[in-house]
Design a protein around this ligand. Structure first.
Ligand code: BEZ
Length: 212
């Protein structure tokens, strides 16, 4: 499978999961989606990640984002592992984990990087918009657990910039000033942004977060 790039259509698939058979497009419906892979079941970093992801589910729900994890083990293993995750992380895994024993989905999504490991998936993240286009890809090595605060932060940026002619500056979080898109002229921006704009340079115009 070729690399999946930003703007590409997320490949659809049907696969078994800890919650039964799932078709990606049906599961996502009109929602946003986050698909994230884990190297293997019963591994320590993955256990903490899935526990954290479960605790953050309310925040993903608020943003209308459906969560979908994947690990290259089977459903029976996932179900046993989920008991351990719930027990050790004091939570309840409340979203499906794809059972990808034959590595069909991980191959489709280029989640196996042979120069890192032939058999295990890396920690891939795909954020998918309601039109099924891929809006973000991130790849972490197996040895580094993901930061779920950052994943929520980037979803806030993706959702804001999908609907407003703005971009978000470094380290931005919801409610902070944003950048006026370079494609908008300053006179246009003065009309569009009712909260006003500050022209620091002709190419650097700030405006309050239009959704805050
Ligand atoms: C882990 O999830 O802890 C892990 C998995 C594979 C390699 C290294 C760490």
């Amino acid at each position: 499978m070729a690399t999946i790039r930003l703007g590409d259509l997320a490949p659809d698939f049907t696969a078994d999961s800890s919650k039964g058979t799932i078709n990606l497009y049906e599961y996502l419906g009109d929602s946003w989606g986050i698909l994230f892979s884990h190297p293997a079941d019963f591994t320590p970093v993955c256990t903490t990640e899935l526990g954290t992801a479960a605790k953050f589910k309310g925040e993903f729900d608020k943003r209308n984002v459906k969560m979908l994890a994947l690990s290259v083990d089977g459903k029976a293993s996932h179900l046993e592992w989920i008991k351990d995750i719930n027990d050790t992380q004091n939570t309840e895994v409340n979203f499906p984990i794809i059972a990808d024993e034959d590595k069909r989905v991980s191959t489709l999504y280029d989640m196996i990087h042979p120069n890192a490991d032939d058999n295990l998936t890396v920690r891939s993240v795909y954020i998918i918009a309601p039109d099924k286009s891929v809006k973000l890809t991130i790849t972490y090595p197996a040895s580094t657990g993901r930061n779920f605060h950052e994943l929520l932060r980037v979803i806030d940026s993706l959702q804001l910039t999908a609907y407003h002619s703005v971009a978000t500056p470094a380290n931005w979080t919801h409610g902070e000033d944003v950048v006026v898109s370079p494609s908008i002229s300053t006179p246009q921006a003065q009309e569009m942004f009712v909260k006003g704009i500050e022209e620091i340079r002709p190419y650097l115009r700030m405006t309050p977060d239009p959704t805050a």
